[in-house]
Design a protein around this ligand. Sequence first.
Ligand code: BGC
Length: 753
Amino acid sequence: MRRTAIILSFFLVLFQGKAQHESMEVFIDSLMAQMTVREKLGQLNLPVTGTIVTGQAKSSAVAEKIMRGEVGGLFNLKGVKQIREMQEIAVEKSRLGIPLIFGMDVIHGYETVFPIPLALSCTWDIEAVKLSAAIAAKEASADGICWTFSPMVDLCRDARWGRIAEGSGEDPFLGAAMARAMVEGYQGEAFDEKHIMACVKHFALYGASESGRDYNTVDMSRQRMYNEYFPPYKAAVEAGAASVMSSFNEVDGVPATANKWLMTDVLRHQWGFDGFVVTDYTAIQEMQVHGIGDLQTVSARALKAGIDMDMVSDGFIGTLEASLVQGKVTMADINTACRRILEAKYKLGLFEDPYKYCSVRRAASELYTDEHRAIARRIAAESFVLLKNEGALLPLSRKGVIGLVGPLADNRDNMSGTWSVAATPERYSTLAEAMRRAVDGRAEILYAPGCNLMYSEKEQKAAMWQRNIPRGDDKRWREEALEVASRSDVIVAAMGECAEMSGESSSRVGLEMPDAQHDLLEALLATGKPVVLVHFSGRPTVMKWENEHVPAILNVWFGGSEAADAICDVLFGDVVPSGKLTTTFPQHVGQLPMYYNHKNTGRPADTKNWYQKYRSNYLDVNNEPVYPFGYGLSYTTFSYGEIKLDATEMSLDGGEVRASVTVKNTGNYDADEIVQLYVRDMVGSVTRPVQELKGFQRIHLKKGESRTVDFTITPDLLKFYNYELEEVCEPGEFQIMIGPHSKEVRTAMLTVR
Ligand code: BGC
């Protein structure tokens, strides 16, 4: 009976799905039959919006174009009223009344801002990441947005690149898990009014730009692409991402935006992507500068490669008609792209109700709610990574005198971090404000800015991106801070990068703490008072000196709108830190690119005699990081038992082995621990990494509690792309590793036959 019911419901679902698909096809066929070539090209056009004041949409620069049917969508326009007005122009004033889609860089939250994506990944908490995306979608959709340019899933192993802040770090397995979670969070099960289209970006390999310089050339073996850099994009596509954004960089000598192999062969044929592809901002225009032709040529090449929508270049709308006449593109090429955009609008339900995402009522009640803020605060606290805690200096007790110093101690504008287009920082707290609230009169808080972000002579240059960080006289501020220090029992130094020192076009070659801050920190340490460094950053920085000299370091990234309260939650022990690094922190910038999951060489460095000649090391620094991938401390301690495998052999044909380890909370706090599984394929037909993350679990253990954590290993988990780019699991020996981070693992051997 049950089986029959399941079969029947299966056919019902299939039938309904087919009917829906057919009705979409019929609808779009009949719509396209009425469209002129120009109107079709209009759907492929995503122009820049410009500033639009409420009530003035009709007189805006793009209004004319919309009325002529020359616009498919708009982006980064904030406010439901303005968006509704623009939609009215499209629906009521254009010949066919085709609704627009409204996109935005909703990267890590909307008005409720979550930690920057790099920080989010340090939670290793898939449900939390998914929830953050779902809340971002709920708020954005309440304010008129139906499409986000997120997730950014570019793997990055070079901290010089500022956009490392926007991704999930250096690991393909974790990156893929994060990519899936974000797509599922944004899009939900279906596009109801609270879910929006995701856009996976930047396809592809943007995070591997040479020397960490933004937009720079990428040249990479297919081996590395398929095994290391592609998995997060593929995972996002498999999770059903509705759109993909092409990247600025070139791949194999062709800019991604004109790269047919990437956009069609890999994306559509190999991965089965059936959504639409939009370019990055002016990426078509920029191909002229890359040097592959004039605007007409590059526009035709982009369309032919598989691009469906042109962001800002005016290349499609401006040149494709001529290319059609000259036979450089076909009507079929244009129809294919146009159909994909119309399908997206259909699936969003915009033909049924163009104002589905334009509810003024929702906008008034669903943004920056107490519930969303409480969740953002919890997730922010989960993302912080305790790097050092000598003598259990942290948590602080709420008593005595706390001296709070540093350029980021009393600033609200930097809390949200890079790419927070919809942020409303005037409503966010500074750390000083949150700290006063947190101690609630039980301790005294003294505050001094202490130093400029950078020394005054460098400041001029940096001022434009400092987001209201207080500025003053270096010498006088130092004296004031030392005076505060002398009156304090403990010093909390809020220092590091400001928000705009990471993100797009924010690459840096020096990743040490800016000198003005370093010098103040040194002076504070010299007072002999205990110092806690609350370190803000959008990337892994070089913390060799800090690790040697500062007793306690909490890396707080940019934690979003609720960051200040979340920092206090951790500082005062209301929340026990649990975040772990998803990128390696180097000892020297010259080690970059640096990542734990590297290959061996024929002459690996000897860890003890690392300075030897004829080994793969530097002469002046060993190959170790300051903080490795997966690392992060807690206020409690955990012990790990030996690994137990329920079999030491596994069949290639459907085999399965359980690897377990017992973890015990041996300290004094109930806390979360992130247990990590790594493997090493000892011998392969091609060289294999020395270590690869293959599983992780976040568990909660009360003090004194132990738990056995199980991981299931299957041949599928051990697969990789061989020289022929076939996905295989090869028989042989595998080292299984489980531990609290990549450099501290228990091991066992498994044979696959
Ligand atoms: C960035 C994209 C972003 C786009 C639209 C570009 O400069 O590279 O990540 O989505 O602008 O704002």
